[in-house]
Design a protein around this ligand. Structure first.
Ligand code: AMP
Length: 394
């Protein structure tokens, strides 16, 4: 049975078409610069890569062309072969704790919650509507980034601010990257062959978050009301003292949104290194002796270690620590530095094995007190699995 996973952004639409009988990928692709000059698509299938510039006025155009191309390229014979569409949805507030069949209510909620994810929720709705228009009443499933974190308790998700802010304005920790953290927890369940274990999932990519998981449930996570909170990221600062905001507003003659924009877009690795948000560039600069790049990596590692230490205590010890996403899966020196800083917890890794990139590996040695793994994340596959399971059980 074929299922398509969709990740719709404000000007892009990514897809992965799966054959769910063996969970193999049939085709993947990206439609980008939707509604902007120079729009194009890329489709990869069967070892081939097709790239073409084409006018894409909106998401409906992108979906129409995507479906046409699947037929033209003989990737599928008929649209009827696609039995379900799974959408990555960003913000389900505290209403959605699981994936759901997409109904009008879900679409209305996404629209109602848009002030919580102004870039993402409206884009998600565009993606859903475009597929509805193209494929009629094909079953569609929504997989929320926030859902996995709904098991956090009040003392965790509340901020120590006036309670009214929570009650009246919804100010609380929501957490993001939930689909990835859930994928990692499910992978660990397979590895350990049990459900009752404690782990820390480190999704460290350009965006990044750490998640404390007990018995397959999120106990705490580092992102907060928005993805700006938590660890240092490619361009995001992560946690800072909020009084910095009015101070910099005054210094630079900016308003609050502009300073928050700076914290989202020109901070993190980019801000500290004054060079790049990409860890590969930072590591290359370190090789050439650049001090600011060294400092940026040191701070990055420190923030991750701080959260791991915090969650180690919160969970009362852990069975496993897992690295995933771009940096977690590939960045050998960053993993080494993080694990070295954790040696006081009895973490020991095999430095030879740590040289592997982009693949599953158990890094920890037999005498390590905590198992350490690299597990490549696969949010698209989890979206497809949820879609299949919900449409089967309708
Ligand atoms: P993501 O957002 O998950 O795609 O992760 C992007 C981040 O992963 C960027 O900072 C990349 O520099 C980093 N990354 C990807 N591949 C490598 C690599 N081979 N070595 C170091 N960092 C990498």
């Amino acid at each position: 049975m074929k299922i398509i996973s969709i990740n719709a952004g404000s000007s892009s639409l990514k897809f992965t078409l799966f054959e769910m009988d063996d969970e193999s990928i049939i085709a993947t692709g990206l439609f980008e610069r939707i509604g902007i000059e120079g729009s194009k698509y890329t489709i990869k299938y069967n070892g081939e890569k097709i790239e073409q510039e084409i006018e894409l006025n909106d998401h409906t155009d992108a979906v129409k062309i995507l479906l046409e191309k699947l037929i033209d390229l003989a990737i599928i014979k008929s649209l009827d072969e696609i039995k379900g569409v799974g959408h990555r949805l960003v913000h389900g507030k505290d209403k959605y704790s699981q994936s759901v069949i997409i109904t009008d209510e879900v679409i209305n909620d996404l629209e109602a919650f848009k002030e919580f994810a102004p870039l993402h929720n409206p884009a998600n709705v565009l993606g859903i509507k475009a597929f509805k228009e193209a494929l009629g009443d094909i079953p569609m499933v929504g997989v929320f980034d926030t859902a996995f974190h709904q098991t956090m308790t009040e003392d965790t998700y509340l901020y120590p601010v006036p309670y009214k802010w929570y009650k009246e304005y919804g100010v609380r920790k929501y957490g993001f990257h939930g689909t990835s953290h859930r994928f990692i927890a499910l992978s660990m369940k397979k590895i350990l062959r049990k459900e009752n274990f404690k782990m820390i999932s480190c999704h460290i990519g350009n965006g990044g978050s750490i998640c404390a998981i007990k018995d397959m449930k999120c106990v705490d996570t580092s992102m907060g009301f928005t993805p700006l909170a938590g660890i240092m990221m490619g361009t995001r600062s992560g946690d800072i003292d909020s009084s910095i905001i009015p101070y910099v507003m005054e210094k630079e003659g900016k308003n609050a949104s502009e300073v928050v924009d700076d914290l989202n877009k020109i901070s993190g690795l980019l801000g500290m290194s004054e060079y790049s948000n990409d860890m590969r560039d930072i590591l290359a600069k370190i090789e050439s002796g650049d001090e600011k790049a060294k400092l940026a990596e040191k701070k990055y590692v420190r923030r991750v270690v701080d959260y791991i230490a915090q969650y180690y205590v919160l969970l009362g010890g852990v069975d496993a620590i897992c690295f995933t996403a771009g940096v977690g899966e590939n960045s050998v020196p960053v993993r080494k530095d993080i694990c070295e800083a954790l040696s006081c917890l009895g973490v020991k890794i095999d430095l030879e094995l740590n040289n592997k990139r982009g693949e599953f590996v158990k890094l920890s040695t037999d005498d390590s007190k905590i198992a350490v793994y690299v597990i490549p994340t696969d949010e698209e596959l989890l979206i497809a699995r949820d879609t299949l399971s919900l449409i089967r059980n309708r």
